[in-house]
Design a protein around this ligand. Structure first.
Ligand SMILES: Cc1cc2nc3c(=O)[nH]c(=O)nc-3n(C[C@H](O)[C@H](O)[C@H](O)COP(=O)(O)OP(=O)(O)OC[C@H]3O[C@@H](n4cnc5c(N)ncnc54)[C@H](O)[C@@H]3O)c2cc1C
Length: 429
């Protein structure tokens, strides 16, 4: 059994040692132990290879699904679609006993422990699109859509992706130009346009695709469930700085027929789905928790290196200027951890209007921390921090993945403005 917490200071959150922490119950601790063992034995030993080859093998994806990780990736859990699925560590999906029921902290522990593998491409690649696709289907899908698309997604028999960004439209989601016009017989929407940076796009079977059904602006956007084997869809692999095993893809849509029953929610109300708590707000919490864990991964690896590596006849760690780096990093990590935990607690107790800007604040701050810590930990590694193999490999990988956590799911400048505007409005100033 892998050790359940690291002996390196600040490599793990303090609740692991603090049995009095009020947020964490026995079932949270059992889940943390279960995922740590799974990641250390079945994920971490393979991640470098998967990143190099550009995909997570089918057998590992299936194993991940069979352990209940895809079903558990959707929060709140889609209870009515979970028949026959066992959640990780045998945690109950629902029941009368709140002590053992899956809750918001099981969700945050799952995100945290998966990110500990250090390779964002694998975290995205092995998830099968359950995180981005599951929640909108669960909240906005009708019963038939849930049976046809959500149930298979939770079991890993379908893989989904999210198609929002276009070559000319990223932050300005409401300005998208992909169109969805009704066919003459009224049975289909006909999709035309292009989508860019579609994570999982290389192997996804279905997409949640946003397109324009109405007039200009956010009020003319709808979301569709698209079968990616439909005629008129062409996919091209994209090469990015990092996240190679996440399957980033450019998608051309040319006269693609989507049955009208595959409209998700209400026509022209798609912008609400995209911006809803179930979609982007949870994604921002997800990015915040993931970035925070990657900070700890980078700190842990560089700390171990500083203890071992000798320069000028003594370990690097014996230099005051090097030691200071670790306390500075901890000064970024620990306050963000406590903010994150308070937000996770509030996530199911606060109105979406209040919660959304706070989740965005966490995302911006945690990604910003990671940019700084990525730089400092590479510096501790010297040349090894620039090498894809050896002790600095995870830190080097993080340096290539970090920028996407700043840009995607709402880019920094856009979110910072949204945070200030939303909170001013809520304060009625
Ligand atoms: C690896 C990767 C994976 C991704 N996965 C997906 C996916 O699965 N599905 C999907 O739909 N999209 C995905 N994206 C796209 C991502 O969501 C967008 O990159 C993001 O929304 C920003 O859009 P953009 O890149 O077009 O930047 P732009 O909108 O062109 O903005 C460029 C820069 O200018 C800033 N900016 C823009 N407008 C303003 C303004 N008014 N004031 C001040 N600053 C501004 C932005 O913050 C940004 O820094 C992914 C991107 C990457 C790189």
């Amino acid at each position: 059994m892998a050790e359940i917490t690291s002996s390196i200071p600040f490599a793990d959150p303090s609740w692991h040692q603090d049995k009095t922490n009020p947020y964490y119950k026995d079932s949270h601790r059992a889940l943390q132990k279960f995922i740590r063992n799974y990641v250390d034995t079945q994920i971490a030993p393979n991640v470098a290879q998967w990143e190099q080859q550009g995909f997570v093998p089918e057998e590992n994806f299936k194993k991940h699904a069979s352990l209940g990780f895809l079903a558990a990736a959707v929060f709140p859990l889609p209870i009515d679609q979970l028949a026959g699925i066992k959640l990780p560590a045998g945690i109950n999906a629902s029941g009368t006993d709140v002590e053992t029921e899956w809750d918001e902290f099981h969700d945050s522990i799952l995100i945290d422990e998966m990110a500990r593998c250090g390779y964002l491409g694998t975290v995205w690649g092995i998830n099968g699109g359950a995180t981005v696709g599951g929640a909108p289907l669960s909240v906005y899908g009708n019963q038939l859509q849930k049976q046809k698309y959500l149930a298979p997604l939770l079991r890993g028999t379908q893989r989904h992706c999210l198609m929002i960004t276009e070559p000319d439209i990223g932050s300005d989601v409401g300005g998208m130009t992909t169109t969805a016009d009704k066919s003459k017989d009224g049975k289909h929407y006909v999709l035309n346009g292009q989508k860019k940076w579609v994570t999982q796009g290389q192997w996804a079977t279905h997409a949640l695709c946003a397109a324009r059904t109405g007039g200009p602006g956010p009020k003319g956007v709808s979301v569709f469930i698209v079968d990616l084997s439909t005629k008129g869809i062409a996919r091209t692999k994209m090469e990015n700085s990092g996240v190679k095993s996440s399957g980033s893809t450019f998608v051309d849509l040319d006269e693609v027929l989507v049955p009208v029953e595959n409209l998700l929610g209400v026509e022209n109300k798609g912008f609400e789905i995209i911006m809803s708590t179930s979609a982007f707000t949870h994604e921002r919490l997800w990015v915040g928790i993931t970035a925070l864990r990657l900070c700890r991964v980078a700190l842990e690896d560089s700390y171990k290196h500083a203890l071992k590596r000798e320069t000028f006849g003594k370990p690097l760690f014996e230099n005051q200027v090097i030691r200071q780096k670790f306390s500075k990093m901890a000064g970024l990590i620990e306050p963000t951890q406590f903010f994150m935990e308070s937000l996770v607690h509030r996530s199911v107790r606060t109105s979406p209007l209040e919660f959304s800007p706070l989740a965005a604040l966490l995302k911006v701050q945690a990604a910003h921390n990671l940019e700084k810590i990525s730089r400092e930990t590479q510096q501790v590694f010297g040349g090894l921090g620039y090498s894809r193999t050896g002790a600095g490999a995870r830190v080097e990988q993080i340096s290539r993945d970090v920028r996407v956590l700043v840009v995607s799911g709402g880019s920094e400048e856009i979110l910072q403005d949204m945070i200030t505007k939303s909170l001013k409005k809520l304060a009625k100033l």
